[in-house]
Design a protein around this ligand. Structure first.
Ligand code: SF4
Ligand SMILES: [Zn+2]
Length: 346
């Protein structure tokens, strides 16, 4: 059985809750460092027909596919989702909007060309919106899509974000089952840059089958190799989402989410190497048993330290907190390789 067949088998067993098509899957307010400026950010996850790759099986850690609609929301439904999300920012004078679809904003089967232009025009005409980010798989970045977006954005900054996960094609294929290559990412970023569009790469710390040390080394190498293409690199720490291949491994005690200390080391080392690149990380689920964690005494504080670094880009913030469990993490970096990535504790 291939990795994709295994992922699809798990997906087909999952029950999906449906919600009204005119409600976004999720939306929330936060703050972010946007190329040097700290801005309020409205994140909206549209409920669309969903990621075409996820429907065929898709990525081993991805539970976002269950956020998609049980049918096909109309254009009016999706515009209503946007208006509902914008209400969250009604008190804000200036903010960025991040658009996710649990798939690809530029996939015309999820968001058709007319609708894409309608959404971006609505945002560019709103004087409070300072910039827009939209996530997409790289295969959907082409000149036609770019021209549509730029005409709608009317000179406001636009950024495309890609779930690159790693620059290693072997890890992306054999551990994540992502279905595109590093070359696909490089092509999309280069075309975007030629057209004045920024790029953001999402990397994934510790997908399945990697030891803690292999995972850490993979992210440091990936930052080196992705930095020439993306102005911003955001590192997600793998967490255990419902209905995923990673969840099955975790239930069988074959997978432990990454240590937060690994992230601290990655940010400190990579920022020294790439001071001009914006490095971000939001350790979602930190401290929970399904999330990235250290010991229970320090996980929340270290996660906050990582978030503070993401806002300030100041590596001194990464020295604020220490804990005895750091010595255990150092040992795990040495020993985990001989346990083939299976957890050696908890
Ligand atoms: S991670 Fe992205 S590309 Fe992969 S299945 Fe999930 S939504 Fe699709
Ligand atoms: Zn600790």
């Amino acid at each position: 059985m291939t990795l994709n067949q295994k992922v699809l088998e798990i997906r087909n067993r999952q029950r999906i809750k449906s919600k009204p098509f005119d409600e976004p899957a999720a939306c929330w307010l936060g703050t972010d460092n946007i190329r040097g400026e700290i801005l309020d950010v409205l994140t909206v996850i549209f409920q669309t027909s969903g990621c075409y790759w996820g429907k065929k099986g898709g990525c081993t850690m991805c539970g976002y596919v269950y956020d998609s609609a049980s049918g096909e929301p109309s254009d009016a439904d999706i515009m209503k989702q946007l208006e509902t999300a914008l209400l969250r920012a009604s008190e804000k004078q200036r903010f960025m909007v991040k658009i996710f679809t649990s798939g690809s904003f530029l996939d015309p089967k999820e968001i058709n060309r007319d609708l894409r232009v309608q959404i971006l025009s609505r945002l560019s005409k709103d004087s409070r919106v300072a910039a827009v980010l939209a996530e997409t798989r790289p295969e959907f970045v082409n000149q036609e899509a770019i021209d549509d977006c730029l005409s709608a954005m009317n000179n406001k900054p636009l950024e495309f974000a890609y779930g690159l996960e790693t620059t290693s094609d072997k890890i992306r294929r054999e551990s994540i089952n992502k279905g595109f290559s590093f070359n696909d990412f490089k092509r999309a970023c280069s075309l975007a840059r030629q057209n004045g569009i920024f790029s953001k790469a999402y990397l994934m710390l510790k997908p399945p089958f990697l030891s803690e040390k292999e995972a850490l080394d993979d992210i440091l190498k990936s930052i080196d190799e992705a930095a020439p293409y993306a102005e911003t690199i955001s590192i997600n720490l793998c967490n255990v989402q419902n209905g995923t291949f990673v969840e099955k491994m975790w239930e069988n005690k074959e997978y432990r989410p990454p240590w937060l200390w690994s992230m601290v080391k990655i940010l400190a080392d990579a920022k020294a190497q790439h001071p001009e690149t914006y490095l971000m990380s939001d350790p979602v689920g930190a401290g929970a048993k399904r999330g990235p964690r250290n010991c229970k005494n320090c996980s929340y504080d270290v996660a906050d330290m990582i978030r503070e670094f993401s806002r300030t880009q100041d590596t001194k913030t990464l020295e604020k907190k220490d804990c005895d469990c750091r010595r255990l993490w150092e040992k795990e970096l040495l020993l985990d390789d001989v346990t083939f990535g299976s957890p050696i504790r908890d």
